[in-house]
Design a protein around this ligand. Structure first.
Ligand SMILES: Nc1ncnc2c1ncn2[C@@H]1O[C@H](COP(=O)(O)OP(=O)(O)OP(=O)(O)O)[C@@H](O)[C@H]1O
Ligand SMILES: [Mg+2]
Length: 491
């Protein structure tokens, strides 16, 4: 199916998210869509898949102008989209999710649907139990389910909006295999990403957006460097990490066990000094979040002792952890970190350590203005946080942190951010480290773990390996540990 977008425009209030965008995509190819945070990628893809209405422009499928008033119409014409945030229904069973959107309504033939699901599973080598609850699937499996659902609805053009955020390396390899297979079968894949390496490995062509406009197109063979130049207009200087002298111990974990209803990770021992950076590696959901939350005082460890700056903290409430200079930045920026519905000024007021009874709004607004400038947030004091792009939400979160922090706990600090924002975030973090802040962060990106950690803690299958020195560890060693090798009981 030959796809052509002509002169697409879309405004959100004053924001011109898509400006006269022209894009042509041949069938049977993988087409990359790249661009910094807020460039307009998701907007363009939602226009194409009927989730939002464009202000002007044309969509042509095989030369025919089409008009999608809803995602259902788009999928009937063969265009389906996997969103940045999954749109499935976790409380439902796999098979019921698979049935969503079918024409035959509620009285569906489950036997036939099950057979369909089996057929697609066999075709792609997926292994998903039709009767499992969607909530029990990994992010990668939920993607697989969504791919099969869209195919069963007749999708010929499949749009993937940042599908490699939040999945493990084996799942990514599987996903790429699937995408190549889809292409061989004549499907068109549009692949939205920030990861240049992924684009280089996978895409036949790449289109780059900046500030809502197409700024470049390039066809294979191309290199990641060429993409960086197209995206940012220049090559980015590699960040330099100074060696610093570590200070006194800030955090001491003595044989702690962290657990929730489905996972228990025993015997974690770790001492972290001022100015030290610890990276938490491992497949998503292996206990990294549990450890971060325990260190933040949000969940209590079920055994062992947590010492912060010489005080045992086990029974202390979260507020005492704050008093001790501990800060936690969650991965779910909008659900846990920020308050949707409130604007930036209101956030800065809420984040004050010593609340005042009366709010001086004028002063608060000019303070917000200052922070927005300092942290290069694309927004104004009255911008609601939910309308900021992902990268700008992360900048806002960092702007809300107190100046003097002894221990900073970060869950996926750069997930979903473009390279420039990622480097910006780390510049801020390394600056804090220079002031003596100890940092513990989790990441699914091994390059990030290696680049910024002094020591690495690997989580796998309910166990944690002894902290490794990043400078003395190879990618292969880390990969083996993440896969569970050498992490048997007693290690
Ligand atoms: N529903 C909305 N209401 C208001 N503004 C929006 C809305 N959706 C997007 N925008 C704005 O449109 C611009 C483009 O956003 P879009 O989500 O398309 O960017 P993106 O390229 O997908 O970014 P990211 O890489 O962070 O996902 C941004 O400035 C964003 O704040
Ligand atoms: Mg997006």
């Amino acid at each position: 199916m030959h796809l052509e977008l002509k002169g697409i425009n879309k405004h959100f209030g004053p924001v011109h998210a898509n400006k006269d965008i022209d894009l042509t995509i041949e069938s049977g190819t993988i087409h990359g869509l790249l661009g910094e945070n807020g460039a307009g990628k998701s907007t363009l893809m939602k226009v194409l898949s009927g989730f939002i209405h464009r202000d002007s422009g044309e969509i042509l499928l095989d030369g025919q102008a089409v008009e999608f008033k809803s995602p259902a119409q788009a999928i009937r014409a063969g265009v389906g989209m996997l969103h940045q945030d999954p749109l499935d229904f976790p409380p439902l069973r796999v098979i019921d999710n698979f049935l969503l959107g079918r024409e035959d309504g509620l009285m569906q033939n489950r036997a036939r649907a099950t057979a369909d699901l089996k057929k697609y599973s066999a075709q792609f080598g997926f292994d998903i139990d039709p009767d499992a609850l969607v909530s029990s699937l990994t992010v990668g499996e939920r993607q697989q389910l969504e791919i099969m659902r869209l195919l069963s609805l007749g999708a010929k053009i499949l749009i993937f909006d940042e599908p490699t955020t939040g999945i493990s390396l084996p799942q990514k390899i599987k996903l790429f295999e699937t995408l190549r297979l889809l292409c061989e079968q004549g499907m068109t894949v549009i692949f939205v990403t920030h990861k240049l390496q992924d684009a280089e490995d996978l895409c036949d062509q790449v289109t780059v957006l900046r500030l809502g406009q197409v700024v470049g197109e390039i066809a294979r063979p191309f290199t990641a460097d060429q993409l960086v130049k197209l995206m940012f207009g220049q090559a980015l200087a590699a960040s330099t990490r100074e060696q610093i002298k570590l200070g006194e111990p800030v955090l001491d974990l003595r044989n702690i066990t962290v657990a929730d209803y489905r996972l228990r990770v025993p015997d974690i021992n770790l001492q972290v000094c001022a100015g030290e950076v610890i990276g938490l590696a491992g497949i998503e959901g292996s206990g990294q979040r549990l450890l971060l939350r325990a260190c933040a005082g949000l969940d209590k460890p079920v055994a062992g002792e947590i010492w912060i700056g010489g005080t045992k903290m086990n029974q202390q409430p979260y507020s005492r952890f704050l008093d001790r200079g501990v800060s936690y930045l969650p991965a779910a920026r909008l659900e846990e970190g920020l308050v949707p519905g409130l604007d930036l000024t209101e956030h800065f007021i809420l984040a004050r350590r010593t609340p005042e009874f009366f709010i001086d709004w004028k002063a608060a607004t000019s303070n917000a203005q200052l922070r927005i400038k300092e942290y290069s947030i694309r927004g104004t004091p009255s911008t609601h946080v939910e309308s900021l792009s992902g990268g700008n939400q992360q900048r806002a979160l960092l702007a809300l942190l107190y100046p003097n922090i002894d221990l900073l706990l970060l869950e996926h600090p750069t997930r979903g951010l473009d390279i420039e924002s990622t480097m910006w975030v780390w510049k801020q973090l390394l600056e804090r480290r220079k002031q003596g802040t100890a940092i513990i962060f989790s990441s699914a990106d091994l390059d990030e773990i290696f680049e910024y950690s002094d020591r690495i803690l690997v989580f796998s299958g309910g166990r944690v390996a002894k902290a490794l020195r990043a400078s003395e560890t190879s990618v292969a060693q880390l990969g083996e540990l993440i896969g569970g090798k050498g992490l048997e009981v007693g290690n």
